[in-house]
Design a protein around this ligand. Sequence first.
Ligand SMILES: Cc1cc2nc3c(=O)[nH]c(=O)nc-3n(C[C@H](O)[C@H](O)[C@H](O)COP(=O)(O)OP(=O)(O)OC[C@H]3O[C@@H](n4cnc5c(N)ncnc54)[C@H](O)[C@@H]3O)c2cc1C
Length: 426
Amino acid sequence: MPRAPALAPVEYSDVVVVGAGPGGAAAAAHLAARGREVVLLEKDRFPRDKVCGDGLTPRVIRELLDLGLVDEAHGRADGFATQRGLRIHGGRTVMELPWPQLDDWPSWGGTARRAVFDEVIARTAVRNGARLAEGVTVTGPVWRDTSATRVSGVSWRSDDGEVGEVRAPVVIAADGAGSPIAKALGSPRRTERPMAVGARAYYRSPRADDEWISSFLDLRDAGGDLLSGYGWVFPLDDGTLNVGLGLLSTSKEFRAVSYRRLLASWAGGMADEWGTTEANRVGAVRTGPIPMGFNRTPLHQRGVVFVGDAGGMVNPFNGEGISYAMEAAQLAADVVDDALTTRRTADLDRYDRELRRRIGGYYTLGRRFAELMGDPRVMHVCTTYGMPHRPLMELVLKLMAHLTDREPSDAKDVLLNTLQRLTPAA
Ligand SMILES: Cc1cc2nc3c(=O)[nH]c(=O)nc-3n(C[C@H](O)[C@H](O)[C@H](O)COP(=O)(O)OP(=O)(O)OC[C@H]3O[C@@H](n4cnc5c(N)ncnc54)[C@H](O)[C@@H]3O)c2cc1C
């Protein structure tokens, strides 16, 4: 794997990608496959951890199929587990809902530790021809002129103490929720849009071979009060469970709660069923931000294209961000490739327009949903009265996991597609 010294002090490339998470690595993989010269800079070294639930919905599987990393028959690499669907726990009901059978989406999902998953995508980018430099922190944009109207690359510092620049007409900022590139551009988060904070830990468990991922809608604090968020138990390939919970910024407990303590007590409360005792915990409880509903706009600015968490692209309905980062990456590759051909920076605006056209209406709905769910009583009423009804819950799963066919063959898809089309993107 190329280390920092493999980079000359000044390199030239078609595109420089900042951050080799699923968004950056997928963008690099798609662009390199199109024959573009790509330099992919990552501040950490693989295998590297990332705080996450490690859940891969059918939307992620679609992206893996597009990259040739799995096959329709559930073929998969070591470190990946596959599941049939979602088991929802809410009120007094437990319901197993298989992933829907659709033409546009696979009907299976999976899990993989991010230390495994992210490296697989990054290696795919390298196999396609991208140059990956690990242990290289991007320190800021390089401007084409003194008025900072257009970027012409990035500067970097390696963990070996080297410094340099990669010059490129397009920068893809896939540098995560904190996005140092966005900060350098003076592009703040839109604080009126929802965020969540999540906490997760790994536990050895006899139930790690579960065929379902589980979500828990009745999340309570130590005093028994309902919280605005949900918990999850996701089985992994290595005999452990990823156990976690997330709370919405629209809730009153968002800043007040100790996430680590809450997770430890919640996991301990279900130890009989899942084996999630403190003795079975592997590693620390870790927390991370979950930026939702396009909380940084516009998504193209001055030759910089924001992908994934850097653009706040997590689904506000369910906290899923990997697929959106990878879908945006694929679109970014398409738009950047065209703009490199026309040599017009303004053509990069199509990325922002097209992404909003595809998911803008859905994210507007998602933001309304997050506002409503900020009051845990709303969640409680929904789970108490909605959970026992399977057809309703199948519809809810399709809505929350964003899984419908573009050319619908059933009434649920017609309803959900119409709702999204009629809701304006913002
Ligand atoms: C607790 C929790 C649970 C979650 N669970 C799920 C889940 O189960 N399923 C799901 O789909 N999503 C989940 N998410 C969301 C998901 O983790 C993110 O949406 C996803 O990681 C976004 O990918 P990304 O490539 O945009 O950013 P990231 O994965 O954050 O990657 C950004 C990369 O940029 C690098 N970087 C940052 N700064 C620099 C710099 N200056 N120079 C060079 N490199 C830099 C970082 O090291 C990192 O590798 C969860 C999030 C949290 C916090």
